[in-house]
Design a protein around this ligand. Structure first.
Ligand code: PMP
Length: 292
């Protein structure tokens, strides 16, 4: 069955879902997006994702031509039209059609696109065994440039880091900021466990305000685990007892090797596994119902 894709209030089949070559999203990466998961007929953390979409848009002075509740309804409707119970939603807002020049004022109206499809995640063995990651030369963008908190369509910085990870034969890269502190990975936030406590870099180190990151912090605190957000260096990663990454797509994935250093026992840690269990329980039981 061909997907039904929402573009500016209308639904199109995959072959007909097209944008203009003059869209500044294509010409300049001028736009914002969200990746959202569907579990068990519900959209997980939908409100939080739409809130972040509006924050990203505000930061780049992009007027989203729909309200929060209109986007919420359109997202749920797109899931229904595609008969999904489990999957992944890509919500995109571009600056819209303009001229070949940079000037965003030439773009009269932003464009909203919603794609809901099946999800492809890392292979299950990686979750069971844990993954290997490396730090890469490409540093995280400065706040004073394109702030990494903005989930913009301009992901080239992350793509370069991903290429460097691939060249090293691994799936994910740790990105440091210009001061050498750990920021995050190309599409995931990073956590370590040391002496029973959880640590993750502060958002000011150059991380996205990850929704999974926030959820994991809440789950951990509810379970009485102490969580703090200090600046972390590679040394802290190497000497952690456990390490894991968080993201909407990846969920919680254990890391067992970084830059050739074995982390902890070299197997997914006890606290990581505990958090994975609690996270899965939450994804199954909460979220915006699609079929009501
Ligand atoms: N960092 C980056 C750069 C991301 O693109 C993402 C989203 N895949 C994340 C972190 C994780 O954020 P979230 O938990 O909100 O998906």
């Amino acid at each position: 069955m061909s997907l039904k894709i929402f573009i500016d209030g209308r639904y199109f089949g995959e072959r007909d879902a097209k944008v203009s070559v003059f869209d500044h999203g294509l010409l300049y990466g001028d736009g914002v997006f969200e990746g959202i998961r569907i579990y068990n007929g519900r959209v997980f953390k939908l409100k939080e994702h739409i809130d972040r979409l509006f924050c990203s848009a505000k930061a780049i002075l992009l007027d989203i031509p729909m309200s929060h509740s209109q986007i919420m309804r359109a997202t749920l409707e797109t899931c229904r039209k595609n008969k999904l119970r489990d999957g992944y939603i890509r919500l995109i807002v571009t600056r819209g059609v303009g001229t070949l020049g940079l000037n965003p004022n030439r773009c009269k109206r932003g464009s909203v696109i919603i794609i809901a499809d099946k999800i492809q995640v890392y292979p299950p063995e990686l979750y069971a065994r844990g993954m290997e990651i490396v730090t890469v030369p490409t540093v995280r963008n400065l706040h004073s440039a394109v702030n990494p908190a903005i989930k913009s369509l301009n992901y080239l910085n992350n793509i370069l880091a991903k290429i460097e990870a691939n060249n090293a034969g691994v799936e994910e890269a740790v990105m440091l900021n210009s001061e050498g502190f750990v920021a995050e990975c190309t599409a995931d936030n990073i956590f370590i466990v040391k002496s029973g406590k959880l640590f993750t870099p502060p958002l000011s180190a150059g991380a996205l305000y990850g929704i999974t990151r926030g959820t994991v912090i809440d789950i951990a605190r509810e379970a009485g685990i102490e969580v703090s957000e200090p600046n972390l260096t590679r040394y802290d990663l190497f000497n952690a007892d456990e390490c894991f990454l968080t993201g909407t797509g990846a969920e919680i994935i254990p890391v067992v090797k970084i830059d050739g250093r074995v982390i902890g026992s070299g197997k997914p840690g006890r606290l990581t596994r505990q958090l994975v269990g609690k996270y899965h329980a939450l994804t199954k039981a909460t979220g915006e119902p699609i079929y009501v």
